[in-house]
Design a protein around this ligand. Structure first.
Ligand code: AMP
Length: 420
């Protein structure tokens, strides 16, 4: 038997693991679309395949994502392409390719779709996973950052998720970050013996990543490492403080996490993560930050930007417990033999007034049809036979209580009965 590729999931109705149930996913996507659009973000659908060089340059050659997790292949023309591991690089490419920096520099975009990273699969970590994210291009200041965090907080509230904390840090501007990189490198070299093999390598390639190493021994070293805030320029520090003040004024509490660095090289200034204790080791629900240099690194004019991406599987894991998935159609129409045409007419009339209807097409005996309605979690069953069609009268049965109500076979009358 051919099975799905390791680390890639089938998201389907009635999935054994509730977080893979399409109904959970549809709730997440619909809520995200509603919240993002209400903040003025427009939906973009960008390619899943991009040139490998895009991520090598944007995300960084030395990051785990690019150095060991990308699904890279040569196409028939010998070009090196890959399955996108994240959404920001493609968004910046599209922004430049369509000349938006010249015509309409300030853009608010949101997206949702699959991303690919060849990581070791475990709970909350997959090889094909979905992200919903947004990019705000063309806004330099604190308000853009504050607005994005407020929007994310709204999204979490709307999904009914409350058990999370918002962690923030600042990487400062380029000179302050470079100064900190050197300071941290020196510190790590002094404590090299206590670091894990990966961190020993990181000292030379990407010392900031030593800060978020999950090993206890490295954690102990990092505990006393110099704080990046001490390397920030006065301006960068004021920016970071002003952001926290503005958020506090809107009632949003954030925590400074001095070990927060994020695994992508394009960040400058603010970085943030929403984390939870409910997901075990994979505690990050979403992450993002400012990336003021990415557009210019790709040849565009200096364009400040801020963005985030949330993991849909992780949101689904949190949400699955809260949703009632036993939700079938409002009316299950059970036609006896020969009554399908009449059933389709009535079903369409009901749908046109906003009632969800499923017509039985199994052509099995009525008792089987009603069993199926029950299993689906339908609210009501309406049997349609010759008597009902001739009299235009039927009995609407509420499946949970067993109550039956006599009704006219008219869409509006039926809808009104449902509302009672
Ligand atoms: P990143 O693009 O690495 O900043 O990740 C943003 C968010 O995507 C994380 O906070 C996770 O929720 C989610 N995420 C990242 N990698 C994976 C993965 N391999 N499997 C599932 N979710 C992921």
């Amino acid at each position: 038997m051919i099975t799905a590729v390791k680390g890639m999931n089938d998201i389907r109705p009635g999935a054994t693991e509730a977080f893979l149930d399409t109904r959970v996913w549809d709730t997440i996507f619909a809520t995200a679309a509603e919240v993002f659009e209400s903040y003025g973000y427009a939906h973009v659908l960008l390619p899943v395949v991009e040139e490998t060089a895009l991520f090598a340059r944007a995300v960084g050659e030395e990051t785990d994502i690019v150095s060991k997790e990308m699904y890279t292949f040569e196409d028939r023309g010998g070009r090196s392409l890959c399955l996108r591991p994240e959404g920001t690089a493609g968004a910046v490419r599209a922004y430049l390719e369509h000349n938006l920096s010249r015509t309409n520099a300030l853009q608010r975009w949101w997206y949702g779709g699959p991303m690919y990273r060849a990581e070791r699969p475990q709970k909350g970590r997959y090889r094909q996973f979905y992200q919903i994210g947004a990019e705000l291009l063309g806004a330099p200041g604190v308000p853009a950052e504050v607005e994005m965090l407020l929007m994310l907080n709204t999204l979490m509230q709307r999904l009914g998720l409350q058990d999370f904390s918002i962690n923030v840090n600042s990487l400062g501007d380029a000179p302050s970050r470079e100064a900190y990189r050197k300071t941290l490198q020196e510190y790590c070299l002094q404590h090299e013996a206590a670091l894990c093999e990966s961190c020993k390598r990181r000292i030379h390639t990407n010392p900031l990543r030593v800060l978020d190493c999950k090993r206890e021994s490295c954690g102990a070293v990092v505990e006393n490492a110099p704080d990046i805030l001490n390397s920030l320029s006065t301006e960068a520090m004021a920016h970071f403080e002003q952001m926290q003040t503005m958020l506090a004024a809107r009632g949003l509490k954030v925590q400074r996490d001095r070990r927060l660095v994020r695994g992508l090289d394009y960040y400058t200034g603010l970085i943030f993560e929403f984390t939870t204790t409910a997901l075990g080791a994979q505690s990050a629900i979403l992450g993002g930050g400012r990336y003021d240099n990415l557009v210019s690194e790709f040849g565009g004019p200096p364009t400040p930007a801020v963005g985030f991406a949330a993991g849909v599987e992780r949101l689904a894991l949190l949400l699955a417990e809260r949703l009632n998935l036993q939700q079938g159609p409002q009316i299950y129409l059970a036609p006896v033999a020969g009554a399908h045409t009449a059933a389709f007419v009535l079903a369409d009339a009901l749908r046109s007034v906003g009632v969800q209807v499923e017509v039985d097409v199994s052509e099995k005996a009525l008792k089987h049809q009603i069993k199926r309605a029950d299993k689906l979690g339908a609210e009501h069953v309406l049997v349609l036979g010759d008597t009902e069609i001739t009299s235009q009268q039927g009995k609407l049965k509420h499946l949970k209580t067993g109550n039956e109500v006599a009704v006219a076979l008219d869409a509006t009358a039926l809808k009104n009965t449902l509302l009672k």
